[in-house]
Design a protein around this ligand. Sequence first.
Ligand code: UTP
Length: 294
Amino acid sequence: MTKPLRKAVLPVAGLGTRFLPATKAMAKEMLPVVDKPLIHYAVEEARAAGIEQFCLVTGRGKTAIVEHFDIAFELEATLRGRGKQAELRMLREWQLPPGAMVTVRQQEPLGLGHAIWCARAFIGDDPFAILLPDDLILSETPCTMQLANAYYETGGCVVAVTEVPHEQTSRYGILDIASDDGRLVDVRGLVEKPKPEDAPSDLSIIGRYVMMPEIIPHLARLERGAGNEVQLTDAMAKLIGQVPFHGLRYEGRRFDCGDKIGFLEAQIAFALKRADMSDAVKAFLKTYCAELFG
Ligand code: UTP
């Protein structure tokens, strides 16, 4: 029987070098898209999928993330004093229950696989979701819920996948496909950052996973892979054959907010979805387009 999916690990210990100098003293995961930090979207998405327990894998300079999920006592008292009820309600609505979030420290950013291994005591013997907060997904059904639904169908690991341009395979973890029904892909292998000529397909894993606890012993070997980092993909590849392993072509649009262009695109796309902003955004886009394209 498939165990219920109640846990999520959110690795936030990376250095965010592509966003320097913004990320010199501030966590990349606190960068806002419109008015919410990236980490906030990830926690909301996980909660919508039934996740109840959260583990942030943090590092130096990331304390603002933990503060973000705490009660801001002075702020709330001030808002109350000023009669700002709507703002108070908004803060309260997404408050996590006491004890729902824990943090573990990844002392050195040795790679995503190492970050997940740091959460091993939290994971225990349970299935868990992984959400990389810099992948932001705009979708009807939250992406983690789509993965959870697929997990309850198939059991085992389910990773969110999308087609990438063939010449870009060396940026991603790529699937070797056993069979493919157009939605669910039965995976027979995984390769981290293959050159286009070596890539077994153009289907790439994005930052949403449902993982099995059996991955921990593979991660524990702390073998270095691409970029001399402990790669999650390499440990996942070893799980194939041991547990069911599927890719899910999720519904929705993904923005790589760890990259400046992806981040800018996300600002526009998310603002256009907001009833209070879309008219103003369309108006300035129209002006820019007229200036640029006549
Ligand atoms: P990235 O490779 O996108 O993040 O890792 P990064 O290293 O922070 O960014 P750049 O490339 O230097 O700009 C994806 C996710 O994995 C986490 C990151 O925080 C991010 O959420 N991560 C990565 C860790 O927690 N620890 C690591 O050692 C590496």
